[in-house]
Design a protein around this ligand. Sequence first.
Ligand code: ADP
Length: 289
Amino acid sequence: MKIKLIDICKKYGKQEVLKSVSMEFSEGVYGLLGKNGAGKTTLIGILLGIIKANSGEILIDGKPVRSQSKEFLNKIGYLPQYPQFYKEMQVYEFLCYMAALKGLPKKETKNKVEWLIEEVNLTDAKKKKVGALSGGMRQRLGIAQAMLNEPEILILDEPTAGLDPQERIRFRNLISKFAKNRTVILVTHIVSDVEYIANQVIIMDEGDIACQGNIEELENSITGKVWEVTRNKGQDMDDLDFSNVSNLKREGDNTKVRVVSDTLPTKDAIITSVGLEDVFLYYCKGDKE
Ligand code: ADP
């Protein structure tokens, strides 16, 4: 399935939240990356038909989405940023209920729910009330419900919020496995969420696309613009512009500072290899947090 968003514009009052945004999704894992307020959730809301755009068009396999929207929505699994769950239901019950809402045939439901519970590592919590789950467990339950109808397109908004490092790894594996022959869109402001699993990354900034491509292309686009400055304990750092600093790392008595800059940031800076975190900083310098 090919999704094409063409010249999507959205205003709230005078604020242009989306400034004629165009992008395409086909099979694979996409990372839609941007700071809070960049316009990611609005764009996804428009794609899902929850929010109305001021102008622009959405094509699914070349056809305008309006004419086939129900059919289209059946092919989508969505985990919103703040999912609302029925707190009194048990995990197993909840998934069966969601399966019924999504129109899954009854005879398929039991196996599917059992399988998903195992996949997202909630087997021990099967009989627990949803309201009693930890944040991470609830997130995994959200992922499981989004995957119930084995959607062709799975959209996860801030999917690793509340997950501990181990759960994040499990999540990545789950997505990689699930992504075969499908489209997965990970919407996030956390670079490491997409760094290891996204085939394509789209970075949004202030309602616009700042850059897009595969991770290698994006990293190559700023080769020679990432610097490392090493300072030892006694040395001050007053000459560094911290809005350009992508990372600080202590090594013994030294601090290694990564700086993203078009030009030599300090006399003692040396060029170093590029990571996606640096790319993100380079293209989204505006402070909107
Ligand atoms: P992101 O998902 O990247 O954090 P959003 O799409 O949620 O960004 O928001 C983009 C901008 O639109 C923000 O400045 C936000 O305050 C504004 N915005 C979002 N929803 C509304 C709304 N319903 N009314 C007014 N402004 C909104």
